[in-house]
Design a protein around this ligand. Sequence first.
Ligand code: HEM
Length: 172
Amino acid sequence: MSELMHNPDTMAKAQHEVREVLGKDRGVINNNDLSELHYMRMVINEALRLHPPGPLVHRMARDDCTLMGYDIPKGTNVFINVFEISQDPRHWDNPKEFRPERFENNDVNYKGTRFEFIPFGTRRRQCPGIHFSSSVTEMVLANFLYHFEWMLPDGDKLSSFDMSEKFGLTVA
Ligand code: HEM
């Protein structure tokens, strides 16, 4: 929602899609209503790319190995920096920009096979909550966009909107 407030065109496009696809006078939007909300899904992807809630994925080296010239002994704890990878200019154009359209017409997704985008991790220790949380996020965002107009409280300016992040086990 914070990124949508900062990007009114994106907000308008996502809201238009939700309202157009779901039609008039709907009550609570549920899981069965979500399949055609393609742009909204791109918005969620882009939010997870720029603000992965779990910024570090943890592994342990099972064998001695050499990676990019570094010797990594068996048993070493390795932290994979999801946050940096998803903003790496080698993989993303203008990585700091919130631009959901970058997910249009390609197969980049968070299922764990595209290592440039792994907000839920990958392979055997991938987040088991992936389907639950995608489904809840989509439902909540669809209801927010369908039913409400979003604006800052009187007098507040977008420039004073604090987007700083607090790093930890999860990012607030
Ligand atoms: C947007 C929401 C969520 C994000 C971005 C997220 C992200 C992650 C990430 C990055 C990992 C590490 C994966 C890896 O090591 O490859 C993880 C692990 C895990 N997540 Fe989530 N998660 C989310 C929601 C949930 C929910 C809703 C649940 C439970 C209902 C959950 C349960 C777990 C558990 C149990 C693990 C540890 C899996 C293991 O080590 O085998 N997560 N999550």
